[in-house]
Structure formats: structure tokens, C-alpha cells
Design a protein around this ligand. Structure first.
Ligand SMILES: *Cc1c(COP(=O)(O)O)cnc(C)c1O
Length: 424
């Protein structure tokens, strides 16, 4: 049996540890299912990122949609990161950690009027725009507020990032960005409007990209565009390459950041401006796990099933992207391996964490770790089937902290009420 290769989640005396804390010690206190994060992982990935690009003027805006735990956001912002927010709710979270508004920008293909207003009122660094209608609306709102709103235009460079279709965003057929051939026109309009100021151009071609070629192709296209914009007399301060850098879940062989830097820095230099990055997954995915208990095992004529207390409500990536998450025991045991479906308690055939997976045979009452659960897990969690959201634990060396406790039954009801009039 293979164990996921990590220096943040390792076995000591056959027990899985996160940094210097035994995972079992955590779940004794908070139960399962539970998200467990390693603070050191996040610090190391951020440091690796910023070191790889230290040769050029750059800034990192952590994409908080990948994991918006307040403590995690604060770890990055304390390291100097900015934040990429996608909605009013994410802006609210970002401001909660006390980051300066000039370290925030607002993205999203369908921002509401209210979201644009909030961005402008809070004096955030910039708003990224993805359509002419939106650009005109930003101008109008800024005028009402007597302000000039700095904007980025997100361009769709029409390249294939060679990733899962549901996380590909850079092809012409997708809803994201402004088509590359219309970009200049949009910049001319932005320059003409009185209450917006175009300060940069950006792209984001997809997520979980494991080869450099699509980036290189897109960045080269963007350089051409950038120079055209410049010769049209519009001076831009930044080029934003977006996020999307892939990580290891299973047997992927993603490029290292240093390889990436070596290939793209020479192109970046030609922009002669600040380069912005919006990594999400790269900074978080392998910094977290979900600890879960085996409830039952059973077999039918065709299959073995391992039924655990984590489900698609805590980790929906296998269901919607067919994503692989490695699963291993919290306590290393010698036993035969079997092929099994690892499934949750939710009443959906789509509620599985792994299908036809080779795993060491396990018994009810044992615990498993679902690896690589630091990105796009908690943030996509739901209350389906009346489930309470799982707690989030941050481990720092030999201590652990409950950053968010398991939801209570009051959370499930919030302010929902029985309206007596409906029953008269
Ligand atoms: C989702 C997203 C990101 C982060 O993507 P990762 O694949 O997690 O790095 C960055 N920028 C934009 C615009 C996004 O939509």
C-alpha cells in the first residue's frame, strides 16, 4: 500500500501526525469528520512561491475561494500576500482579518451592483472586469461615488489548459473573460470612460494545470496584447497571470515552481511591469486532510464498500470533477489489500470519495485520512441531508487549535421559523 508523500502529514510509530500532533489526539477531542490543516505547509508554499520569483517585481494575491478559513487567510496576509476575492462574502471575510483594502482585489464573472459598490466604497486595489456592460456599470457606480475605480481587464486568451473541463476557463467557448480579439477595443473604452482607470490586464486559464506549455502560450499571447495596448497610449502597471498551478493528488507530475519561473521569467521581463499571481490550490491543497471514521463495511456480488462518516457534503470534488484523493489509515496496519468503493452516508449515488480503490482492508471503528483536502473542500461544503459542517483545526508544531467548531443544530436552522399563519 502506498502512503501519500508529505513532510507535513507523516507517520511516527505508525500513527499519522500533522506536524507534531497525532491526528488521533485531535479527533479524540473534536470527533469526525474533521478538516485538519498544517500551518507550516502554508508558510512553506508561500515562501517557495515568492522566492521563485524574487528576481522580478511581483505580488501574490491568494485566491481565498480555495479555502477561506480566517486563520489561513491571516497566515498569508501576515506573510505579505494580497487577497483575491470573488464575492461580497469573500470580501467580508478578507476585511475581517484586518488586511489593508489596497491588498485586495475583486474578481468574478458576474459581480452584482452591490459587490462593485462595496469594492469601490472600501477602496480596494482594483476590480477585475470581464465584459463591456460591467465596465460601464463600474464607471457609473464610481461616478455616483465621486471616485475613480482602478480596473483590470480579464482577457480570455483562448488556450487549452489541458485540465478537467469543469475547471478549464481559458478556451473561447467558456464564459470567462473578454475574447482576446476584442481586448483592444475594451481598453480603448476603459481609457475613455471618466471614472474608471485601466491599470492592468489579466488572465486565468484554468485550474490544476500540470504542464508549463499552456501558460507559456497564453503569456506570450498576452505579451503581444500588452505591447499593443501600450502603443495605443494606455499605460498599464500590472500583468496578472491568474492562478491554476497544479499539485500532486495521485501520480501527477506537475512542474516545480522553479522550473516554471525559469521558463516564464524571461517573458515576464518583457512586460516591464509588476507581475501578479493568484494562486489558490498550490498554496493550500496539500496542507489539509479530512479525518473520518469507518462506520461499516459490506460486500455485494460485485463490490466491496467502506462506508465512512465523511461525505460529498464535506468533500464534493470526487463527485463533480471525478477527482482523486488519496485515502489511508490513521494507524498503519498490516492487512490484506482490497478493492473497494469508499462512500459517505448521504443519500446519493454520487456520494463517493473513491471508486474501485485499492486500500488496506479496514474495520468499523477505524479511522482514515482523506489527503489533499486543503483546497476546494470546506469552501464547497454543504448542509445537505441535514449535516452540520465539520470543524477546522489548525496545527502549529505541537499544538492544535479549533479555528471553527462543528456546527450546532442552531446553525442548521439559523433564523428559519415556523410561520403560524401558514397553518391557520
Ligand atoms: C479559482 C481562481 C483562482 C485560483 O485558482 P487555483 O487553481 O486554485 O490556483 C485564481 N484566479 C481566478 C480568477 C480564479 O477564478
Amino acid at each position: 500500500m502506498r502512503y501519500f508523500d508529505s513532510s507535513y502529514f507523516t507517520y511516527k510509530n505508525n500513527q499519522l501526525f500533522c506536524e507534531d500532533v497525532a491526528v488521533e489526539q485531535i479527533i479524540k477531542q473534536v470527533g469526525t469528520p474533521t478538516y485538519i490543516y498544517s500551518k507550516k505547509f502554508f508558510i512553506d508554499r508561500y515562501t517557495e512561491f515568492t522566492n521563485a520569483f524574487k528576481e522580478i517585481k511581483h505580488s501574490i494575491f491568494y485566491a481565498i475561494k480555495s479555502n477561506f478559513n480566517l486563520n489561513l487567510i491571516k497566515i498569508f496576509s501576515n506573510l505579505g500576500s494580497g487577497l483575491d476575492v470573488n464575492s461580497e462574502g469573500e470580501l467580508y471575510r478578507a476585511l475581517k482579518v484586518g488586511i489593508h483594502p489596497q491588498k485586495i482585489f475583486l474578481s468574478g464573472v458576474g459581480k452584482t451592483k452591490r459587490e462593485i459598490e462595496l469594492g469601490i466604497e472600501n477602496n480596494i486595489l482594483l476590480i477585475k472586469t470581464e465584459s463591456e456592460e460591467e465596465l460601464i456599470l463600474i464607471d457609473k457606480i464610481a461616478r455616483e461615488k465621486n471616485k475613480i475605480a482602478p480596473v483590470h481587464l480579464r482577457i480570455n486568451p483562448n488556450v487549452d489548459p489541458k485540465t478537467h473541463p469543469y475547471i478549464s476557463t481559458g478556451l473561447a467557448e467558456e464564459k470567462f473573460g473578454i475574447p482576446e480579439e476584442e481586448a483592444i477595443e475594451h481598453f480603448r473604452l476603459a481609457a475613455k470612460l471618466e471614472n474608471v482607470r485601466p491599470v492592468g490586464v489579466g488572465m486565468h486559464i484554468g485550474s490544476q494545470i500540470t504542464t508549463i506549455a499552456p501558460y507559456k502560450e497564453a503569456i506570450e499571447k498576452m505579451l503581444e496584447l500588452f505591447l499593443k495596448i501600450k502603443s495605443a497610449g494606455i499605460k498599464l502597471n500590472h500583468f496578472n497571470i491568474g492562478g491554476g498551478i497544479g499539485v500532486v493528488y495521485n501520480d501527477e507530475k506537475p512542474f516545480t515552481l522553479q522550473e516554471f519561473a525559469n521558463k516564464v521569467i524571461p517573458i515576464f521581463k518583457k512586460f516591464e511591469c509588476e507581475i501578479m499571481f493568484e494562486p489558490g490550490r498550490f498554496l493550500t491543497a496539500n496542507g489539509g486532510i479530512i479525518a473520518t471514521e469507518v462506520l461499516y463495511t459490506k460486500q455485494n456480488k460485485k463490490k466491496n464498500f467502506i462506508i465512512v462518516d465523511a461525505s460529498m457534503a464535506e468533500i464534493i470534488r470526487p463527485s463533480i470533477y471525478d477527482a482523486y484523493h488519496h485515502i489511508q489509515h490513521l494507524v498503519k496496519i498490516e492487512n490484506e489489500t482490497i478493492i473497494a468503493d469508499i462512500v459517505g452516508p448521504v443519500c446519493e449515488s454520487g456520494d463517493f470519495i473513491a471508486k474501485d480503490r485499492e486500500i488496506i482492508k479496514c474495520n468499523s471503528g477505524e479511522f482514515l485520512a482523506i489527503m489533499s483536502a486543503g483546497s476546494y473542500c470546506m469552501v464547497m461544503s454543504s448542509n445537505y441531508n441535514g449535516r452540520r459542517r465539520a470543524p477546522e483545526i489548525m496545527v502549529d508544531k505541537d499544538k492544535f487549535y479549533i479555528t471553527r467548531s462543528r456546527e450546532s443544530f442552531q446553525h442548521l436552522l439559523f433564523d428559519e421559523q415556523i410561520i403560524e399563519e401558514l397553518f391557520q
